[in-house]
Write a protein that binds this ligand. Structure first.
Ligand code: FES
Length: 458
């Protein structure tokens, strides 16, 4: 939003601080300017789920108004988890440039394949039109938030509900990252330990329901990288609406999402150059099967560890770790064939990432490229800097989005994406890119055992 014409991050600005001042949201931009930003973001693939982009549009509009082009600097206060930043710079440059004609239905099909749930590609998505569950809730709905004891606190307003729950403000901890599993004993050519990683999707879990009705989906315009696959927000909204005889909004805060949302299962593993080895993983439904199907030479040991919930639905969980480990043991990156049948290859240098991807008919190269760059961003962050501290009791301590270690715009190198043009069955390509980039990055760094490899002082 703009406050008296200056960009401010709405999600951390209390309403009392803007009392008596002029506030402009994306809907308050002049029509032609708003439409031009929507076109520019759509034409460049600078928006996927579209949750972060209304704020970023205003930030860029303010940047343009003052005649600056320091997009990466301007984005320091923002977070986009989907796009990997680079396309946002392209959208800034594309403002006011007539877009080439495109088949947006084909683009939406590609986005749906990459995102894993129905997803729409259109100029209005970047302007807040993604159809997010909490935007459509009736004004008189009760509000329910987790009470921190496994139940739900319900109030007339969000403030009432949070007060009833006795909410603790989000925080960034000084506790160190831990690796919950030990590498199995053996003679290995490469060893790897990962920690708890937060999927960090921007639109936190939300739903609402009227008594006897159908709950709104928390997956409005994106798959949350698998993080909301088992969200209980819709079921809770339905149950509480029936119990109270009124519409109920269920809304998790960022801190709630970190506490109860699924993490990527940590691993500790060793492998030999011949493709054999042992991979220990935090016990998680489906992850052992994912590893075995991808890498039959690895023995999988599931271990019970105390920590936040984990999920095999998260992007490439298990098989990406297996790929990275085996490539590290072999000493060379090389291509990866994902379970979907996509093939990807990556070269990572400090100042440029090169990707080749083959995933059937691209359907829309702008969208596919955007997802590949987003996957590159997530893979580089995973290896280098992402992770959250979890204490011995298994409780996460890094509760703010700033503390997850996600790469900022200034830390993200340019990405060249080469897409193979075929007419084959379109399949998900960005997960293969994710695994390929992670392996290339790790091998390029010398295969340091513990991830994240470059996390400095917190
Ligand atoms: Fe930026 Fe999804 S498009 S968080």
């Amino acid at each position: 939003m703009l406050v008296d014409g200056a960009p401010r991050v709405a999600c951390v600005t209390p309403a009392r601080r803007v009392a008596g001042r002029s506030v402009t949201t994306v809907d308050g931009l002049p029509d032609d300017e708003r439409a031009a930003w929507g076109e520019a973001f759509c034409a460049t693939g600078a928006s996927q789920c579209g949750f972060c982009t209304p704020g970023i549009v205003l930030r860029l509009a303010a940047l343009r108004a003052k005649g600056s082009a320091d997009v990466d600097g301007a984005l320091l206060a923002h977070l986009c988890r989907c796009t990997g930043w680079r396309t946002i710079g392209a959208a800034f440059d594309a403002y006011g440039v007539a877009a080439a004609p495109r088949d947006l239905e084909a683009a939406s099909r590609r986005a749906t394949i990459e995102g894993g749930v129905p997803q729409r590609v259109a100029p209005d998505v970047s302007l807040g039109g993604g159809g997010f569950a909490d935007d459509t809730a009736p004004a008189d709905a009760l509000v329910a938030v987790p009470d921190g004891r496994g139940g739900w606190a319900v109030g007339e307003t969000l403030t009432d509900a949070r007060r009833a729950a006795g909410k603790v403000q989000g925080r960034r901890t000084t506790a160190a990252l831990q690796h919950p599993l030990e590498v199995p004993a053996g003679e290995w050519d490469a060893t790897l330990r990962t920690t708890w990683v937060e999927p960090a999707y921007l639109e936190v879990d939300a739903s609402w329901c009227s008594p006897g009705g159908e709950p709104a989906s928390p997956l409005a315009n994106g798959g949350a990288f698998g993080g909301k696959a088992a969200s209980d927000a819709p079921a809770v909204a339905r149950r509480l609406a029936d119990e109270h005889g009124r519409p109920v909004r269920v809304l998790l805060s960022r801190e709630d999402t970190v506490r109860v949302g699924p993490k990527r299962p940590p691993v500790a593993a060793g492998a030999r150059a011949d493709g054999t080895g042992v991979l220990r993983v935090a016990r998680t439904d489906g992850v052992a099967d994912a590893v075995r199907a991808f890498a039959p030479g690895l023995t999988v040991e599931e271990v019970d560890v105390s920590g936040p919930p984990t999920s095999a639905a998260l992007r490439a969980a298990g098989w990406a770790e297996a790929h990275v480990l085996l490539r590290g043991a072999a000493g060379a990156a090389g291509p990866v064939r994902s379970p979907s049948g996509a093939v990807a290859e990556a070269e990572v240098a400090e100042d440029l990432v090169r990707i080749r991807v083959s995933c059937g008919d691209p359907l829309d190269e702008v969208v596919l490229r955007s997802y590949c760059i987003g996957a590159t961003h997530m893979a580089l962050g995973w290896v280098r800097s992402e992770g959250i501290a979890v204490d011995d009791a298994g409780d996460p301590h890094d509760l703010t989005i700033r503390s997850f270690g996600i790469l900022r715009a200034r830390e993200m190198p340019p990405v060249e994406v080469e897409i193979e043009r075929t007419s084959g069955n379109p399949v998900n390509g960005s997960d293969a890119v994710f695994a390929a980039v992670a392996a290339a990055e790790w091998i390029g760094e010398g295969c340091a055992q513990d991830w994240p490899t470059r996390r400095g002082g917190k």
